[in-house]
Design a protein around this ligand. Structure first.
Ligand SMILES: *Cc1c(COP(=O)(O)O)cnc(C)c1O
Length: 471
């Protein structure tokens, strides 16, 4: 066991030390993967070391390195070594984090770390509560189940819910999972800055009330995944208070920015939410999986999720001894609080603060590099740590269609080269390149190198366009 374990630790350390020198992107078709990995059920044992060697040589390399400094797309997962080891402990000891009696320490640590998060986000420390989940999707689902129970009780046939066209898809998924019909969902358009339009929101709520419907919840984004945009949280909180609506904020991506001065200003009003999703496996640098839901009043969770089956009666404990299986969907849960606890203790909150400030500053530096160049157009400026831009050289007078094609091809080429992971998104019908710079390992040099490669590809694309138009 020791030799086997040491070997694995060596591999993980090698990964952390050398990931910068590897390529962030892999490609493999189903056919290639089948050829490499498909096999019959192994009825007989094999040598443990041979299995491990095969995994390290043939399986692990065929995944993108989401913690690579040139992994710019989606929301990267920078992770950290301390938390990776903490997860190893949690799994090694297989600690059951469902009920107090099974592990008083795991439950206590979830309370302790949740209290830290309540303080960070300005939630009430006495009445507030929360739960760690597998990720943001599950946190949003847990929030909406709670909102529906508290605001609608058993009958939600007339209930309506409001979110912007930039809200994360997991919210719509959650709304579907909890049994709402399409007619009960209101997608509110966003303005030119990708913020939810308050006038449209108010008008639609008023219209729904006139029609005898029951508006019950607004979902705001604190950092949209596309552009990092924060909805006007304070104003939405006021609407929710006036209209007696549940206020859910999806801060899965952007919530962590509260640890920086500029983020704190942008996120003003976040403390007024009834429920808030944050995703520690994004910008709190935790390895997968770890999401988090915070609520103003912990009783909302227990009154939504508590069931009392006879086979759990012996481990119920008393009121103050929280059984997290009563605060959410999962019964058997892994010990997620441990990695958050160990990494925060080891590095200190100050290190998280400076890493987040670094990420925001890096994105602003990237914006100023792009602005100085006549080759690039900023489509959505640096917001939290996201920037959207496109190759659009001044004086070329390219059509929208040509620009879309060129930028799509730049992305395809950079990915095919395995140089960087840089995919596109679509904003206001334009294909744009999107960078999410939450990795503290990323330097301005990594970005400059990538932009230079993109410019070379852009130049080639331009020549192609000129050739076709002169034919
Ligand atoms: C990533 C993300 C989610 C989903 O979180 P998962 O951890 O991937 O389940 C939800 N909302 C926003 C804004 C996100 O960026």
């Amino acid at each position: 066991m020791q030799q086997y374990g040491y070997k694995i630790v060596d591999h993980i350390v090698e990964h952390f030390e050398n990931q910068n020198t590897k390529t962030p992107v892999t490609h493999a078709s189903r056919k290639e993967m089948d050829a490499l990995l498909a096999e019959q059920i192994p009825h007989l044992p094999s040598d443990a070391n041979e299995v491990l060697d095969f995994v390290m040589e043939q399986i692990i390399p065929h995944s993108n390195i989401v913690s690579h400094p040139k992994s710019f797309s989606f929301v990267p997962g920078p992770s950290n070594y301390i938390s990776a080891m903490a997860d190893t402990i949690a799994t090694g000891f297989n600690i059951f984090s469902g009920g107090w009696a099974a592990s008083p320490a795991a439950a206590e640590l979830e309370i302790v770390t949740m209290n830290w998060l309540l303080e960070i986000f300005g939630f009430p420390e006495k009445d507030g509560g929360g739960i760690f989940t597998s990720g943001g999707s599950m946190a949003n689902l847990t929030a909406l189940v709670t909102a529906r129970r508290i605001k609608c009780g058993d009958d939600f046939s007339k209930a309506t819910i409001y979110l912007s066209d930039q809200a994360h898809s997991s919210n719509i998924k959650a709304i579907k999972v909890i049994g709402f019909k399409k007619e009960q969902i209101r997608i509110i358009p966003t303005d030119l800055e990708f913020k939810i339009s308050l006038n449209k929101l108010k008008n639609i709520i008023a219209r729904d009330r006139l029609e005898g419907l029951q508006p019950f919840c607004i979902i705001a984004s604190a950092g949209t995944t596309n552009t990092g945009t924060v909805d006007p949280l304070d104003e939405i909180a006021t609407i929710c208070a006036q209209e007696n609506l549940w206020f859910h904020i999806d801060g899965a991506y952007g919530g962590a920015a509260i640890l920086s001065n500029s983020g704190k200003k942008l996120l003003k009003g976040i403390e007024r939410a009834d429920s808030l999703t944050v995703d520690p496996h994004k910008w709190f640098y935790q390895p997968y999986e770890m999401g988090c839901l915070l609520v103003k009043n912990h009783n909302w969770l227990s009154s939504t999720f508590t069931e009392k089956p006879e086979y759990l009666r012996d481990i119920e404990g008393n009121e103050s001894e929280i059984n997290f299986y009563d605060h959410g969907i999962q019964l058997t849960r892994r010990f997620r609080a441990l990695k958050f606890y160990m990494s925060l203790k080891t590095f200190g909150l100050e290190s998280f603060k400076s890493a987040i400030a670094y990420n925001i500053d890096l994105t602003e530096q990237t914006e100023s590099i792009l602005r100085k160049s006549s080759l690039w157009e900023i489509v959505s400026p640096a917001t939290l740590a996201i920037i959207n831009f496109r190759y659009n050289p001044i004086g070329e007078n390219l059509s929208e269609k040509e620009l879309d094609q060129i930028n799509q091809n730049i992305s395809q080429k950079i990915i095919a080269s395995q140089e960087a992971l840089l995919v596109t998104t679509v904003l206001q019908n334009q294909v744009v390149l999107r960078m999410c710079l939450i990795n503290p390992r990323t330097t301005i040099k990594h970005i400059q190198d990538t932009l230079q490669k993109c410019e070379e590809y852009g130049q080639l694309e331009l020549q192609k366009t000129e050739k076709t138009s002169s034919i």
